[in-house]
Design a protein around this ligand. Structure first.
Ligand code: AMP
Length: 280
């Protein structure tokens, strides 16, 4: 396994790989890897000749009051896990390598990035689409794998790839949970034992809403109200609990086939997200 720290090294390697006729799969991450990330890496490994994993805590997707500085980092451990899962290349640049100090070009998706996380984190998706565009240009992947844990991000990336004609197939990875139902996340590291226990309410609230909506699709508002109450009762502070059409991220209509019930909530100072997607 090779570790590249510079954009030049990665792009040279990627162009040579493509020229030799081998396919590339990219898995973008912010590191502090867990079994959610590893499931994406395994999908990439099965799909392409060469697997590239990026480990980069991307400053442009954090607002000034957010956790960029404290975001957990452990590169040695990440590299070991990548090696064990037969990754070919880890790309781990410094922010100063990724962005020139006077960088002034951004990629903006204007529709799907508005609701849910986009409402409370207005510059988040601009940071994501910009860094993913840069990673696509550097790693030249045939395939890129993103997790359904960040379902809105996945939709935004797919829309960007469609709208801007990137010759890349985006592959979904299923949302991976711990045994107790908590969605695995690097940010779970911030939770005290008590907070972690109480945070199980997020997934429980989503399962409750899913069951209620399937039983009576006419009463989505009641289901969401009850889901919020479950999180609040566990001591969480709800950012949103919403049920939207998975294609448009707008309120469901008669045409809606598949629904996403998504939640974001704070336990202590830690903001966690989760979702359930299901056919109507
Ligand atoms: P992150 O490092 O949190 O930015 O995530 C990098 C990639 O891993 C994204 O595509 C995420 O959706 C995905 N991911 C993170 N957690 C999970 C999980 N629990 N299950 C599936 N994919 C995940």
């Amino acid at each position: 396994m090779t570790v590249f720290k510079t954009k030049k090294e990665l792009q040279k390697f990627a162009l040579e790989t493509r020229r030799s006729g081998r396919t590339i799969a990219l898995v973008p991450t912010m590191g502090f890897l867990h079994k959610g990330h590893m499931s994406l890496i395994d999908i990439a490994r099965a799909k392409a000749d060469v697997v590239i994993v990026s480990v980069f805590v991307n400053p442009t997707q954090f607002a000034p009051n957010e956790d960029f500085d404290s975001y957990p980092r452990d590169f040695e451990r990440d590299a070991k896990m990548c090696e064990e899962h037969k990754v070919d290349v880890v790309f781990a640049p410094e922010p100063s390598e990724m962005y020139d100090a006077d960088a002034s070009t951004f990629v903006n998706e204007m529709m799907l990035s508005r609701p849910l996380c986009g409402a409370s984190r207005p510059t988040f998706f601009r940071g994501v689409t910009t860094v993913v565009t840069k990673l696509f240009h550097l790693a030249q992947p045939d395939f890129a794998v993103f997790g359904e844990k960040d379902a809105q991000q996945l939709l935004v990336i797919k829309r960007m790839v469609r709208d801007l004609d990137f010759p890349i197939e985006i592959i979904n990875g299923k949302l991976i949970r711990d045994e107790d139902g908590l969605a695995t996340s690097s940010r779970n590291r911030y939770l005290s034992q008590d907070e972690r226990q109480r945070a199980l309410a997020i997934h429980q609230s989503l399962l409750g809403a899913k069951a209620a909506i399937i039983a009576d699709p006419g009463k989505i508002d009641v289901a969401l109200h009850n889901a919020k109450a479950v999180i609040t009762a566990a001591g969480g502070r709800v950012d949103y609990v919403s049920a939207l059409d998975t294609e448009t991220l707008e309120a469901p209509t008669k045409k809606t086939r598949r629904l996403i019930v998504a939640a974001a909530a704070f336990f202590g100072t830690t903001r966690l997200i989760d979702n359930e997607m299901f056919d109507l």
